[in-house]
Design a binder for this molecule. Sequence first.
Ligand SMILES: CC(C)(COP(=O)(O)OP(=O)(O)OC[C@H]1O[C@@H](n2cnc3c(N)ncnc32)[C@H](O)[C@@H]1OP(=O)(O)O)[C@@H](O)C(=O)NCCC(=O)NCCS
Length: 163
Amino acid sequence: MTISPADANWLVRAAGPDDQSAIHALVRSERLFPYGLGWRTFVVAEAEGGIVGAAQIRNHHDGSRELGSLVVTPGWRNRGVAEAMIGALLAGEIGPVHLVTAAERAKRFTRFGFEKIRLSQAPGALRRHFWLGQIGGGLSSLFNLRRPRSMAVMRRDGEASSP
Ligand SMILES: CC(C)(COP(=O)(O)OP(=O)(O)OC[C@H]1O[C@@H](n2cnc3c(N)ncnc32)[C@H](O)[C@@H]1OP(=O)(O)O)[C@@H](O)C(=O)NCCC(=O)NCCS
C-alpha cells in the first residue's frame, strides 16, 4: 500500500521492521504516550529517503482500536501528510475506532467521521490510556516540560460514518 497525492514529493506506506527506530524517535520527539510502538500497526510517511511521519491504529487487550502516535516532523507539516496517514489507516477499518486528542484539535478529526464522546462512553482500555496521559502531562508540568492539555475522546463507528 502506498498513497501519495499526484504532485507530492512524499508518500505514505505500511511500516516495516527497518522503520522501528524512526517510529520511536518521532513519538519521543513530541513526547507522545510511548505505548505499543511495534512497527506492524504503523503507517509511515517517507520523503527524501527518510521517515517524516508516523501513525498507527493500536489494538487494546479489550478489543478496542485506537488511532494514535500521530506525528509529522515540523519541516513537513501543513502539506496533508497527517491527513494521508489517517486516511490510509482508516481505509481498512470497518468497526469502531477511538482516539484521544488535545481538545483544540478535536474538530480536525470530524472530517474522518469521528465524533466527540464522553470519556464514560469509551472502552476501558481507552479510559486508562486517557488517565495515564493526563497524569503524565501533570507530572511533566511540575518539571516545566510541558503544560497539561485539555483532552477530547472521539469515536468513529466504521464504514457507515466514513467521510
Ligand atoms: C498534528 C500533526 C500530526 C499534523 O500533521 P500535518 O501533516 O501538518 O497535518 P495535515 O497537513 O494533514 O493537516 C494540517 C493542516 O494543513 C492543512 N493542509 C493539508 N494539506 C495541505 C496542503 N497541501 N497545503 C496547505 N495546507 C494543507 C490541513 O487542512 C490542516 O488544516 P487544519 O489544521 O485547519 O485542519 C503535526 O502537527 C504534529 O506532528 N504535531 C505534534 C504531535 C501531535 O500533536 N500529534 C497529534 C496527536 S492527536
